[in-house]
Design a protein. Structure first.
Length: 191
């Protein structure tokens, strides 16, 4: 009887571990659960809770060797289920600083996840010098993104407009495949 009970316990733990392993992770935590529970796990990992608005929790803290990053935790629309994490790194006033940080993170992600699925890095208008490149971020006349695909979801590294005019920053987004598929299926059921 003890052996049977032990076997049942092992099976239950194995199923739980398998279910957790199906989700993409951020800081070692599966991207899953309610906004409140996931945010609490991030606080336990050392992030500071800044507040919640429109189903998005904002935290701050250190990430990937960078100080004072912002982390946004997103839920599926109409459902309290976390499906995406976005990290906003510090803003820089020079294109070379933003690009340097982007390239460093791209190299690290390539080492961890393998070759990117997609790379698109270009300005869609003439930009000229450093300030012209930063201005293109403000006007949206650029695409600078690298996407890594895994069986658990996608990771997208990009350069976006910074905190102030004529600045730029790196953004890193983690999309959990399983939870994103749940919202898609719910929408399909509505059709």
């Amino acid at each position: 009887m003890k052996k049977l009970l032990s076997l049942v316990c092992v099976a239950i733990f194995a199923v739980g571990a398998f279910a957790q392993s199906q989700h993409l992770t951020f800081k070692g935590v599966p991207i899953d659960g309610t906004l409140k529970s996931y945010t609490q796990k991030m606080v336990e990992k050392g992030f500071v809770y800044e507040g919640t608005q429109d189903g998005i929790a904002l935290l701050s803290g250190d990430f990937a060797g960078q100080k004072k990053c912002y982390v946004a935790v997103y839920t599926l629309k109409g459902n309290d289920l976390v499906n995406m994490i976005a990290v906003f790194f510090n803003s820089y006033d020079t294109w070379s600083a933003v690009l340097g940080q982007y390239e460093q993170l791209k190299e690290m992600l390539t080492e961890k996840y393998g070759e990117p699925e997609n790379i698109r890095e270009e300005f869609t208008t003439y930009v000229g010098d450093d300030s012209g490149k930063l201005y293109a971020l403000h006007t949206g006349e650029y695409v600078w993104a690298t996407t890594f695909s895994t069986d658990k979801g996608d990771i997208e590294l990009s350069i976006v407009e910074g905190e102030k005019y004529s600045s730029g920053r790196v953004m890193l987004r983690y999309f959990d495949k399983l939870n994103s598929e749940k919202v898609r299926q719910s929408a399909m059921d509505d059709l």
